[in-house]
Write a protein that binds this ligand. Structure first.
Ligand code: PLP
Length: 270
């Protein structure tokens, strides 16, 4: 890292952060049409990169956007970017937009860029959540559209909450940027409908299956209130407890602590 600045990837080039600029006619900016994925690199080692590339390709396919490089070229760009940004903990955000659109509506050649920034985990103490009735559009796609939770920021602040928990037609789905898990009688339960299939969720489930009963299924909102433990998973969080939803406290964290330890050692060996 030189002069405290970072290097980004932009359409085939590694450029200093200040030069990573797009034109205002980009469809990601004008219409929010685009996808992204985010992962960490720890001491120069990307964490679960192949899973994130799989999901990035899935998201691109669903939005009919062509990734302008091969998977191997993208992999190499990421590794080069990590070398250029010597940080113990680096966040990498790959973004693919609808491109420069002359009519401001129809997609053209996508713009592909990767932002690399030092990363810090949010506090692992636990999250307080605000229930919000909402169904994410194309929930299995990591689109650029986070209108709902950003719009909810004043309501969250007023309620002393750090995030929202979505439900729709009596079913729970996920938080704004992470997946939801309940623990009931040492069984681990997680929704499998109307969610983004998180990479952390996938690895947590694989570990959990070795030690606990696991149920991946639609989860009723009512099940929340009788859960023994509640937690969330995401690349920016790993596994963290949910301590409160709409004022109801969840204090136990026995299973959560076990899973946190399993996950940390799995991540270090991955
Ligand atoms: C809506 C949503 N759900 C879940 C997740 C968690 O996914 P991952 O574990 O791959 O970070 C994210 C990540 O940003 C998200 O945006």
């Amino acid at each position: 890292m030189k002069n405290n600045s970072h290097y980004f990837y932009l359409n085939g080039d590694i450029v200093p952060e200040a030069q990573a600029q797009l034109h205002v006619s980009d469809l990601g900016l004008l219409r929010g049409y685009g996808i992204f994925d985010f992962f960490r690199a720890v001491d120069g080692r990307p964490i679960f990169m192949e899973d994130h590339l799989d999901r990035f390709e899935h998201s691109a396919r669903k939005l009919f956007l062509d990734i302008p490089v091969t998977r191997q070229q993208l992999r190499e760009a990421i590794l080069t970017l990590i070398e250029h940004n010597a940080e113990p903990l680096l966040g990498l955000k790959m973004i693919l937009t609808g491109g420069y659109s002359p009519d401001g509506f129809a997609p053209t050649t996508p713009n592909l860029f990767i932002i690399a920034k030092p990363f810090q985990f949010a506090s692992a103490q636990g999250l307080k959540l605000l229930l919000v009735e909402h169904l994410r559009e194309m929930s299995d796609v990591k689109t650029l559209n986070y209108l709902q939770p950003i719009w909810q920021i004043p309501a969250m602040r007023q309620a002393g909450c750090q995030d929202v928990l979505y439900h729709h037609e009596g079913r729970l789905s996920e938080l704004s940027r992470s997946n939801l898990f309940l623990v009931k009688n040492e069984t681990i339960i997680t929704p499998n409908t109307d969610i983004l299939f998180g990479v952390t969720r996938k690895h947590t489930l694989a570990l959990a299956r070795q030690h606990f009963q696991v149920e991946e299924r639609p989860v009723a909102l009512d099940e929340l209130w009788t859960a023994d433990e509640v937690f969330t998973t995401g690349s920016t969080k790993r596994i963290i407890p949910i301590t409160e939803v709409n004022g109801q406290a969840f204090t136990s964290s026995k299973v959560i602590s076990h899973l946190q330890a399993l996950f940390l050692s799995h991540e270090q060996q991955s």
